[in-house]
Design a protein around this ligand. Structure first.
Ligand code: NAP
Length: 457
């Protein structure tokens, strides 16, 4: 059984039977058939279907957001924003699909030579729970406009979200099975990857699981995009607007109850301004309201599972034991649910647990550094390389430094965020490949060269 549990109350909401081998086989057969017909459609004919998905998401926004908050504990206001963003992504790819998929004529010895973008087939999406709609829909829109189909294996703690997503596509009138949800656990993933009807894999989740999926997909020689963990630096240089940095920093760390791959996790601050930054950061953190995800005042909800809260708490306790100074928070909240106090640790060193490991919850680590060079060294001193936020008023210096930070995206004087228009992804242990933008669409196409003679002499 796959159980849906409200992490804010510990209440069992629903249970779902795991799909049998026969059900899996039937779904794959239906998805493969639907994809073949879908691929025959011209991109212009696919566009209205994506607009319809966007419209359906907007029509059902309240009900869908409720499911998100119930299953993974985020404040309802954030869940509503998540559904809206999914709708934006579908409208974006409906509009830009024909531009991104247009043939590219390339001069060569041929009479005509060009690059065309054909569908790959069925893409298996193995997805996490933290943005249970957005993670899936940011991948689904480019996959579908490119003429592919999608088979979803969602995280086991968000089965109602998985079912709701499948229903959105049905309600929007997409071909039956073109997007389907497999109600299966992690152990079914290798079998799905190896199935001949699956052409490629997109995975968002932790680095160890990414490594395991990559090895199975590599063995099967199937294309993969891996969006993995992160420990993003938030670098505050001495000439930065400190108040703005602190306000954005709190949002960057605590949004989604701190459970985001691109949350800023390590605040690397030049010593000369660290006192001011820390005072402002702690003051804003202490104004956050932890509570019932459905209460309008709540800015921090429950963490998604009790074991995730235990893991975060163990990291905080270990770091305090290693010498970090606890400025606020630092404990699980009493009572039902997986609530955790918004936590700030100062005087963290790069060797401490919260700096070495990814912290997936509401805990910020502040690392004080003596120079810009040290800030960059510390920022890069991690196996991860997803995003980075850099704060300075000196734009010439910022331009130079952006090239020195090993990661997939640098946001100068802003918070790292995904945006349908811009590519998203990591380097090092944060994965490879890109989502979003035109590059995200091209990942799941067959980039085909078409050469037409006679050759010019
Ligand atoms: P996870 O444990 O890696 O799970 C992600 C998905 O993989 C779930 O569907 C899970 O299924 C499945 N899975 C687990 N073990 C597996 C295995 N051995 N083989 C195949 N599939 C397996 O990650 P999570 O805890 O859900 O999510 C948090 C992690 O995701 C963090 O590290 C975070 O940084 C990362 N993340 C990255 C991005 C990005 O874009 N880079 C975005 C969001 C999150 P079950 O639930 O059934 O176990």
């Amino acid at each position: 059984m796959i159980s849906s549990i409200n992490p804010a109350t510990d209440q069992l909401l629903a249970e779902f039977a795991v799909h049998t081998e026969q059900q899996i086989d039937r779904q794959l057969a239906q998805a493969a058939k639907a994809q073949k017909s879908w691929a025959q459609l011209d991109v212009q004919a696919r566009r209205p279907h994506l607009n319809k998905v966007a419209a359906t998401l907007r029509q059902q926004k309240e009900a869908l957001a409720r499911i998100i908050s119930l299953e993974m504990g985020k404040p309802l206001s954030e869940a509503l924003g998540e559904v809206e963003k999914c709708a934006w992504n579908f409208d974006f790819y409906a509009e830009q699909g024909p531009v991104f998929l247009a043939d590219q004529v390339v001069a060569s010895a041929a009479t005509d030579s060009r690059i065309v973008y054909d569908p790959l087939g069925l893409v298996l999406a193995v997805m996490p729970w933290n943005y249970p709609f957005w993670q899936v829909m940011r991948a689904a829109a480019p996959v579908l406009i490119g003429g592919n189909g999608m088979v979803l294996k969602h995280a086991s703690n968000v089965p109602q979200c998985a079912m709701a997503l499948e229903q959105v596509f049905k309600d929007a009138g997409l071909p039956e099975g073109l997007f389907c949800t497999m109600m299966v656990g992690a152990s079914a993933v290798p079998r799905l990857i190896q199935d001949d009807r699956i052409a490629a894999v997109t995975f968002t989740g932790s680095t160890p699981v990414g490594r395991s999926i990559a090895s199975v997909a590599g063995q099967a020689l199937k294309k993969q995009v891996l969006e993995l963990g992160g420990s993003d630096p938030f670098i505050v240089l001495a000439d930065a607007d400190i108040e703005a940095a602190a306000a954005v920093g709190v949002k960057a760390r605590f949004q989604n109850t701190g459970q985001s791959c691109i949350s800023s996790k390590r605040f690397i601050v030049e010593e000369s301004v660290a006192g001011r930054f820390v005072d402002a950061f702690v003051a804003i953190t202490q104004k956050l309201v932890v509570g019932d995800p459905f209460a309008p005042a709540s800015t921090i909800g429950s963490m998604a599972r009790r074991n995730l809260r235990d893991e975060l708490h163990a990291q905080v306790v270990a770091s305090v034991g290693e010498g970090a100074k606890l400025l606020t928070g630092g404990n699980p909240m009493e009572g039902p649910g997986a609530f955790y106090q918004p936590t700030v640790l100062d005087h963290v060193s790069p060797a401490m647990t919260v700096a070495r490991e990814e912290t997936f919850g509401p805990a910020a680590a502040i690392i004080r550094v003596k120079s810009v060079d040290e800030a960059i060294t510390v920022a890069n001193g991690t196996p991860f390389g997803l995003g980075a936020s850099l704060w300075t008023r000196d734009m010439d210096r910022a331009r130079l430094l952006t090239h020195q930070i090993d990661c997939g995206a640098v946001f100068v004087n802003g918070m790292v965020a995904s945006d349908p228009r811009l590519p998203f992804g990591g380097t090092k242990q944060s994965g490879y490949g890109r989502e979003l933008g035109y590059l995200g669409l091209h990942e799941f196409t067959n980039i085909k060269t078409v050469w037409t003679g006679p050759a010019k002499t």
